[in-house]
Design a protein around this ligand. Structure first.
Ligand SMILES: Nc1ncnc2c1ncn2[C@@H]1O[C@H](COP(=O)(O)OP(=O)(O)OP(=O)(O)O)[C@@H](O)[C@H]1O
Length: 380
């Protein structure tokens, strides 16, 4: 198939612009996730691609096809919703078969009596049910084909919704928070299954979630959204290691990235926590220096020394999460330490952030490229 190219997409509800001049290319066959806080416009974007709503301006193209000119059914997209959207009065078999019935049988063929009088309708229905059975087998729900949705668990219902999307072999799957209603264990298991399904089918998946673990663990690329705009589109590792802005850095990673103030001097040196940490060719002035809680080390290593007073210590299995209050700033940082580290509340404690784990952003929050200092230097 082809890439999906979205250009200048704007959608308003009344006076509120929910999507603002949004541009995005979804590559053919990739697993792309739209990640953002509730209300940032993720579902709206998905609905515009599916044809369930229309934009005010902008284009959505797939190869040489203008998707906006096509009806939802002609777009070759299948959508899977958080709420499953199954027909309660139909069996699992009938639910899964529904897209093929709608496509393969005319109005008369869909009437309940048609199969009694028409051998052609009977044959087509038998083929459709065989296809439904095959998809159900792949998703391990073939033992449930005669049940109604009310007699299924949440995970089973979501599998039926997936099967219904798969049965017509669409070229694009659109997922709107499909796992939100499930418990943590099931969510974890289904994440892996959905990713495997993507790899087997080899078609484009566009997945909406506000859960960064879900986004980071499943996707080829993640588009981070905020207030109707895309802040960055990148593979999960790039988003985590090289966030383009402080906003993205704060959104991705848990616990949240630590940020302490820094200063860029006229000679380009960056100072932070009374240490010379790096140099940048940019303008002088205040900046933000950031590091992830997991990036700190207790070993002596070249890097930024962070010293503070231990506050709350949280035990998290193989590690501890400790809050450090930095006396100079009065700011609290969270650092991740190996379990068993002697970090007692009220005591002074010191960690090092290796140079390569430091992120520097200008006063406006945009990432600065920096030259690492190779010698730990204290500023008098
Ligand atoms: N039909 C509508 N009429 C009016 N406002 C709407 C409509 N649909 C969505 N909105 C508003 O548009 C904004 C974006 O909604 P959208 O559902 O796209 O967000 P989202 O990022 O998917 O959020 P969530 O994760 O909570 O589902 C919200 O403020 C929402 O209230």
């Amino acid at each position: 198939m082809s890439d999906i190219q979205i250009s200048g997409l704007t959608k308003r509800f009344g006076s509120a612009a929910v999507l603002q001049e949004l541009d995005l290319t979804v590559r053919d066959g990739e697993f792309l996730t739209l990640l953002g806080a509730s209300g940032c416009g993720k579902s709206t974007l998905l609905k515009l691609i599916a044809g369930l709503d229309t934009p005010d301006t902008g284009t959505i193209r797939m190869g040489d096809r203008d998707l906006l000119a096509l009806s939802p059914s002609a777009r070759d997209c299948a959508m899977v919703f958080q709420s499953y959207a199954l027909y309660p009065h139909m069996t699992v078999r009938e639910n899964i078969s529904m897209p093929l019935v709608m496509r393969g049988l005319g109005f008369w063929g869909r009437l309940p009596g048609a199969r009694l009088v028409s051998p052609g309708v009977r044959r087509r229905l038998a083929d459709i049910h065989a296809s439904a059975q095959e998809v159900a087998r792949r998703l391990a729900i073939d033992g449930l084909l005669d049940r109604k949705p009310a007699h299924l668990s949440g995970g089973q219902r979501q599998r039926v919704a997936l099967a219904r999307a798969m049965v017509r072999h669409p070229s694009v799957f659109l997922f709107d928070e499909p796992l939100s209603n499930l418990d943590a264990n099931l969510r974890h298991a289904l994440r892996a299954e959905i990713r495997q399904l993507h790899d087997q089918l080899g078609v484009t998946f566009i997945y909406v979630t506000h859960d960064q673990h879900e986004a980071m663990s499943m996707s080829d690329r993640v588009a981070v959204m905020r207030e109707g705009r895309i802040l960055q589109v990148a593979p999960p590792e790039d988003l985590y290691m090289r966030p383009r802005s402080l906003e993205v850095a704060r959104f991705v990673g848990a616990p949240r990235i630590n940020v302490v103030p820094g200063e860029i001097l006229a000679n380009g040196e960056i100072h932070c926590l009374a240490q010379r940490i790096a140099a940048t060719p940019g303008n002088s002035g205040p900046c933000h220096v950031a590091f992830r809680p997991q990036a700190v080390t207790l070993a002596r290593a070249p890097g930024l020394t962070v010293r503070g007073v231990v506050g709350h210590v949280e035990y998290a299995g193989t590690e501890l999460m400790a809050t450090l209050t930095l006396p100079s700033q009065g700011e609290a940082c969270i650092v991740c330490l190996p379990a068993g580290t002697a970090a007692r509340a009220g005591a002074e404690f010191e960690v090092t952030v290796p140079w390569e784990a430091l992120h520097v952003f200008d006063a406006g929050g945009q990432r600065l490229s920096i030259d690492r200092c190779d010698v730990l230097a204290r500023v008098a």
